[in-house]
Design a protein around this ligand. Structure first.
Ligand code: F6P
Length: 540
């Protein structure tokens, strides 16, 4: 492995032939640079890639610790080395749980028990047999959590809207902005509301604050301790803190230290998904992810979807100096995917030191952003097409959709494909000039307008086609991005499973919060002191 990927890849990137030439030279390019697994087709032909650069990238993967790290992960080694934790989220979606032990503990039995407990609760909620303290069935469930305890279920619930079959309505409370709980408590009745506090640590300020506000709402409406116990559930690895909050042991669904927050959708954190699409649907989500795991573990690197995406990402970040990556789902239902992948990728690989604490010689993790197509085409795609920035983009499209508006779907697909084509081929100034003339402009007017209409092209993209957006395909898609992040972490030699960077902001917020409440002079840097003073003026 070379010391600096940038030093290896940058000279190659500088010599890379433009996309138009690459396509012209090889009629079969699309088929050669495509791969399919678990109902997901990846066309990566519109990337700045020729035989020689692709070979170099493949060698990079072969020389990296991807396979070794993967074996260590599956064997239960503490590959999250700064927290001395195993990384076993893939086990959560495994079907065969026989003899699955970690440090002497029967993990297989624990996962089965958790799945069964979830399924029972979902059945009771669906059948209306889970009764609130006044004897009425539960009609609403509030899921309180943030980060990995929110983004996955929120995204998956949205993505699987056509599969919803729950008589119980679902609400999410994440942000510490009081507007959320305040609005919810105006709409709902405690006697028919179930609250699930989702926090691996059970120490996250936002989640605790929202949970406390909801508990106070129950009390204010006359619910006693027993009534509150009936209406509050938790999913947490910190059973003691959940119990101290007032959640009875039989209402605490387990989490484990070997599952990172942003990898926890497959645990009881997936409960909102199971609620909305039913237990069978949730099992399909797990099955899709498990199928992608098998593909990742076994397929040769040249056909391995997570490896291919990982290599292309590194190619652009370290070879071309791209700092951003767009994620553009051409699916209304997948519109929360970019927020989900933001945490997955940026919290995992946004690091400055390697696994041993040594400074990294290469930039890692791009800024992930995006939204559902075609909305973005009328907003920020202008920058993708004509700015001097090169922003690689993943375009996603489900081939088959559940709704009956076929013409909409054909138009949506046409826009998706046209965007990747436009980014790839662009429009030369000469082509723009000829176009203007053909529209009847004078030669002078055409010459003046042509530079504005020209598009540089040569902008890379991947197209990911899902056979359909079913629970199975969504599971596979999420696992694909998880493993992409894993591979990149392995190649960059960093720990993708800790997130120490988020701690500083948390630490600093405590004295600031105290200063906002206190009346005395706040002693901080002059900007922070001024901000505190301005806040206090308006909140006397
Ligand atoms: O923001 C940091 C973080 O620790 C995430 O990694 C995590 O998903 C989120 O907070 C929520 O944590 P918890 O589930 O412990 O409340």
């Amino acid at each position: 492995m070379t010391a600096s990927l940038t030093a290896l890849l940058k000279p190659l990137a500088e010599r890379q032939q433009p996309l138009r030439q690459l396509f012209a030279a090889e009629p079969n390019r699309a088929a050669r640079f495509s791969a399919k697994a678990c109902g997901i087709t990846l066309d990566f032909s519109k990337n700045l890639l020729d035989d020689s650069s692709w070979q170099t990238l493949q060698q990079l993967a072969a020389q990296s610790s991807i396979r070794q790290l993967c074996q260590q992960m599956q064997a239960g080694a503490a590959i999250n080395n700064t927290e001395q934790r195993a990384v076993w989220h893939t086990r959560l979606r495994q079907q065969d749980l026989q003899d699955l032990r970690l440090n002497g503990e029967d993990i297989g039995a624990a996962i089965s028990a958790c799945r069964a407990q979830m399924a029972t609760l979902i059945d009771q909620l669906h059948q209306g047999t889970y009764l609130g303290y006044s004897g009425k069935p539960i009609t609403d469930l509030i899921w309180v959590g943030i980060g990995g305890s929110l983004l996955g279920p929120q995204m998956a619930v949205e993505a699987l809207t056509p599969y919803h079959c729950s008589p119980v309505r679902l609400h999410f409370a994440g942000n510490i902005d009081g507007a959320i709980v305040s609005d919810l408590t105006k709409q709902l009745q405690p006697e028919t509301t179930l609250v699930v506090v989702a926090s691996k640590s059970f120490g996250t300020e936002e989640t605790k604050q929202n949970a406390l506000a909801l508990r106070a709402w129950f009390s204010a409406q006359g619910a006693d301790k027993a009534a509150i116990a009936r209406h509050f559930w938790a999913t947490s690895a910190n059973v003691q803190a959940a119990a101290e909050f007032g959640i009875v042991p039989q209402h605490i669904l387990p989490m484990w230290d070997w599952v990172g927050g942003r990898y926890s959708l497959w645990s009881a954190i997936g409960l909102p998904v199971a609620l909305m699409i039913g237990n069978d649907g949730f099992n399909q989500l797990l099955a899709g992810a498990a199928a992608m795991d098998q593909h990742f573990f076994n397929a040769p690197f040249s056909e391995n979807l997570p490896v291919i995406l990982a290599l292309l990402g590194i190619w652009y970040i370290n070879g071309f100096g791209c700092q951003a990556q767009a994620l553009l789902p051409y699916s209304h239902y997948l519109r929360l995917l970019p927020s989900y992948v933001q945490q997955l990728d940026m919290e995992s690989n946004g690091k400055a030191v390697d696994r041993r604490g040594q400074p990294l010689s290469d930039v890692t993790a791009p800024v992930i952003w995006g939204d559902a197509g075609t909305n973005g085409q009328h907003a920020y795609h202008q920058l993708l097409h004509q700015s001097q920035l090169k922003i690689p983009a993943d375009f996603l499209l489900p081939l088959k959709v559940a709704h009956p508006l076929q013409d909409h779907h054909q138009r949506l697909a046409a826009h998706c494909f046209a965007q990747t084509q436009a980014l790839m081929q662009g429009k030369t100034e000469q082509e723009a000039y000829q176009e203007c003339l053909a529209q009847g402009m004078t030669a002078q007017a055409a010459a003046e307008l042509a530079p504005h209409k020209a598009s540089p092209g040569n902008k890379p993209s991947n197209t990911l086609l899902l056979d359909e957006l079913s629970p199975y395909h969504l599971g596979a898609l999420i696992a694909l991005y998880e493993h992409k992040v894993f591979c990149q972490g392995a190649i960059w030699q960093l720990n993708s499973f800790d997130q120490w960077g988020v701690e500083l902001g948390k630490q600093l917020s405590t004295p600031i919060y105290q200063a906002l409440k206190a009346k005395g002079d706040a002693q901080f840097d002059s900007s922070t002191t001024q901000l505190i003073a301005l806040f206090r003026q308006q909140n006397r």
